[in-house]
Design a protein around this ligand. Sequence first.
Ligand code: BTN
Length: 336
Amino acid sequence: MLKDDIIRELEENRGVPLSGQYLADKYSVSRNAVWKTINQLKKSGYEIISGHNSGYYLAEENDIISEQGIRTALPEEDKALKIKVYDVIDSTNNEAKRMLISENIDRMLLVANQQTRGRGRLGRSFYSPADSGIYMSLIYRIPGGVKNPMMITMAAAVAVVRAIEKLTDIKPGIKWVNDIFVGDRKVCGILTEAVTDLETGMAENIVVGIGINVRKEDFPEELSNIASSLYVEDITRNRIIAGVVSNLLELFDTFDAAAFMPEYISHNIVVGKRVGYERAVKASGEADGSGINSTEYVKTIGVVKKVCDDGSLLVVSEDGTEDKIFTGEIKMGRNA
Ligand code: BTN
């Protein structure tokens, strides 16, 4: 489609004017067809500068998410990735899971400019307004099934941190398990879901959903003290998405926890912090007469001693006991 070709040309030549004649010759269309397409793109929000006799180019601040823009920013080895971009969708994770029900898909990226039902961990929602964030889900198959879902999510956190560090001057931190922080505010959340094949019973497909606040302001009241944005001016969302997804593919393709865990551990902001967490307590069925053994979770306060190589968290509780936490969430600071 001419529209897609022109978007790709503009993305690949940001700041460099391309003449109508050049585009017409290259795609064997009339200059009038080029002109009409450029006008359509301008109407749909692209900031295309058309100087007198100098040709068309994309303004530096143009920040529309597009398949062509993401692909242009991907490294050579990832250029063939399947990519789908939505202006509005309920949730890219939901869409990925819907797709997996009807199709056999691997290595596909879904991205939205806005989500109407963005989902977070533990049943929460994820604030996903238009034009100011990144909402992306990668569908990835792990032959033989997912052995340690926690490590997948940790690899995803490392992928985001690496992309932010490469593209900006920001020094992000990781709050165990997989929230990305700048200073004391969350700028990114990750929701990894495994999808089970009902015929084989294997959880071979994973959906890694990542939400990044890039230029979001006016957070809802309940988030105003805990969430923030990267607030980068000169980096497009397409480039951040491409950076994150290429890191994800590299980390997943060569899955080697021993190689990425030191980076995960060194970025953690939780060590030495006072945190609230839930301690798992085994309740014996004999003690209460029910005969059924169960696990209860008791709210506890402690100080994080370290993030262990297996991804768990070692916390020294106020009563002096050491707890190893594998799942759930910790609350820091005033929320502990
Ligand atoms: C969290 O912070 O609890 C996780 C947030 C994950 C949000 C992303 S945005 C893209 C993908 N689609 C969703 O509905 N959720 C994830």
